[in-house]
Design a protein around this ligand. Structure first.
Ligand code: AGP
Length: 605
């Protein structure tokens, strides 16, 4: 998730682009760059760090009627000046900015290097610049069309050439892109905030649309060149709301970004019905692993709890999960073939980093799962699997959690495949089920209003309980954390079978209990625990799969989930809990995106 911006017109491009990028930094902020066309030459400035660092490096703003810019959220290649966008070809004729992931970039890069192209970055994007150069024969439009036909993956691209000083070529597939329509000037951008205040008339591009933008004209076609009629979208957003995509808070926006985050995190990892992590070149370690320690903090730890159940079930490897702040001081009985998996959205959490270093000190291999390319955890681990949730602005983690779950499932499936530890037919069935997770999350998001009404009903409670068995218990833990950290309601999660061993005493008349019921084999057990709390006057809200609705008749309220595979249920069942916590915080007047006493990542000791 990066931000791209472009301008062609009678004005000066650089200040317009920089202003636009400043409104897109919520999409990525680890490096930035700009390219303008001046006297037949492309002037490119790019810098690691925030947009302000690039502007400082730029110094005096260049005068030019044409330019493109970028603010980055690294996916391939750590944040650095070289990996920052725009990328360019060997002859300095072409410059381009990109948001998305080119899945087949490694093969394309190999072929282009054999043809004599020199690469200066580690990014997937640079491949496109060289492809455009390869096909350039006097028409930038034709060269870009040809280059796009070689790409697999997602892209929002903008390309300029020194030979066409008023033209921007842009195209979209699975990444957002709009065109801002001005008088004698036009804009392209990843999102509306970038052009707000400059024009209120935009084209919202659809997948596989291609656009040629000049100061006087905007021509939209499909990727093969057939004209596309576009209707103008009139924007009446206020700038602040715009950055949140029209949502009131970043947390709600990020909850709704989960289907895309799940898709992006899976992209390039499933080929012909099989999971592929061969690029990690870690198979030998995976083959010989005797035991796994999953270590993390907060929400990431809760994702690890799901990972443990999936890996033990499919890969048949014993897994221990532990919170990093405890683990780092344990006297662990390490064995040579142990593997540590650390999970961290930020990649900078001190306790998780310390646990990683402790493992390394004992000669243990470490696999990191993180959302930030180039973060400390990514740098220090032996191997890294990136989640592609994009920047997570709200302190309460939501989309990062879902993408961590996706990586846990992909890893469990891959380990099972290469260790032949599970029925291959069932494995490919699960891989197939994973491909529907994004649409199932979209389906549950439609329950938002019903969940909002529940939150309004229970807005003044002082304590809430979350119950679940197996995978549902792990999700109950996450649900309780979300409610605690943003709405300041005392919330407890319990393994449902544990209640009778004491906590049941806390259940009072009218106390809300959110019960997760997505594990078909455990529904009877779960319902017997629900009967226990009902008998003490609790109000039970069942978050249950539609095929288990009958079994949950005794519950007071039901939030239905699609018929998701029980192993994969957490990616779907957590969503109602995120929305419930969000609205409880809203109705209780809390600062949703920046809860008190909490920081996005805890890096200090
Ligand atoms: C979750 O909503 C919190 N922000 C917090 O528990 C967080 O998950 C924890 O601090 C771990 O952060 P990390 O994933 O960046 O390491």
């Amino acid at each position: 998730m990066c931000g791209i911006m472009g301008y062609t017109g009678k004005g000066n491009a650089a200040p317009v682009i920089i202003d636009g990028l400043s409104k897109l930094e919520y999409r990525g902020y680890d490096s930035a760059g700009i390219a303008v066309c001046q006297e037949g030459k492309l002037e490119i400035t790019k810098k690691k760090g925030r947009l302000a660092d690039m502007v400082t490096a730029l110094g005096e703003l260049p005068e030019s009627p044409l330019g493109i810019g970028h603010t980055r959220w690294a996916t391939h290649g750590i944040p650095s000046d070289n990996n920052a966008h725009p990328h360019y070809d060997c002859q300095g004729r072409i410059a381009l900015v990109h948001n998305g992931i080119i899945e087949n970039y490694a093969n394309l890069r190999k072929d282009l290097m054999l043809e004599g192209h020199d690469f200066v970055s580690e990014t997937d994007t640079e491949v496109v610049a060289h492809l455009v150069e390869k096909y350039y024969n006097g028409s930038l439009e034709q060269a870009v069309r040809k280059a796009l036909s070689c790409l697999q993956g997602s892209f929002a691209l903008a390309v300029i050439s020194r030979d066409e000083p008023h033209t921007i070529i842009a195209a979209k597939k699975d990444s957002p892109l709009i065109v801002g329509l001005g008088e004698g000037e036009n804009y392209i951008a990843s999102d509306i905030p970038a052009i707000l205040g400059r024009t209120a008339r935009v084209y919202i591009l659809e997948d596989d649309e291609f656009v040629v933008v000049t100061p006087e004209q905007v021509t939209v076609t499909d990727l093969s060149g057939n004209l596309v009629e576009k209707s103008v979208f009139d924007v009446d957003w206020d700038p602040i709301a715009a950055e949140k995509g029209g949502y009131e808070h970043f947390m709600l926006k990020e909850i709704h970004e989960q289907p895309e985050a799940v898709r992006k995190t899976m992209s390039g990892r499933i080929h012909d019905g099989r999971v592929d992590f061969s690029d990690l070149q870690f198979d030998e370690v995976f083959q010989n692993t005797r035991k796994i320690f999953i270590v993390a903090c907060g929400t990431a730890y809760h994702a690890g709890m799901v990972g443990r159940l999936a890996i033990e079930k499919l890969a048949r490897i014993p897994v221990e999960t532990d919170i990093a702040s405890e683990f780092r001081y344990r006297d662990v009985l390490w064995q040579p073939d142990d593997l540590m998996i650390v999970i961290s959205q930020s990649g900078e959490t001190a306790d998780t980093l310390a646990a990683l270093r402790e493992a390394k000190r004992n000669g243990i291999k470490v696999l990191a799962v993180t959302n930030v390319v180039g973060s400390a955890v990514a740098r220090e681990a032996d191997r890294v699997i990136y989640t592609h949730a994009g920047p997570e602005i709200a302190v309460a983690s939501t989309k990062a959690y879902s993408t961590q779950l996706v990586v846990m499932y992909l890893l469990a499936l891959y380990l099972a495949e290469i260790r032949h530890s599970y029925d291959p037919v069932k494995l490919s069935g699960m891989v197939r089920d994973m491909l529907y997770m994004d649409t199932m999350v979209e389906q549950v998001l439609k329950e938002q209003d019903k969940i909002k009404a529940l939150a309004e009903k229970y807005r003044s409670v002082q304590s809430t309980f979350f119950l679940g068995r197996g995978m549902d218990y792990a999700v109950a833990m996450e649900g309780a954390l979300k409610l605690k950290e943003i709405s300041y309601v005392h919330a407890e999660a319990y393994a449902a079978g544990e209640l009778k061993h004491g906590p049941l005493a806390l259940i009072d008349e009218g106390v809300p209990v959110l019960a997760l019921i997505s594990q078909d084999k455990l529904v009877d057990k779960a319902m017997s625990n629900i009967k226990e709390v009902k008998a003490r006057g609790a109000v039970v809200v069942a978050i249950c799969k539609e095929n288990l609705q009958e079994d949950c008749q005794e519950c007071d309220e039901q939030i239905l989930l699609p018929r998701v595979n029980p192993l994969l249920a957490p990616v779907v069942s957590v969503v109602p809990l995120q929305i419930f916590a969000y609205y409880m915080a809203v109705f209780r007047g809390a600062d949703v995106d920046k809860p008190r006493n909490l920081a996005k990542s805890v890096t200090v000791e």
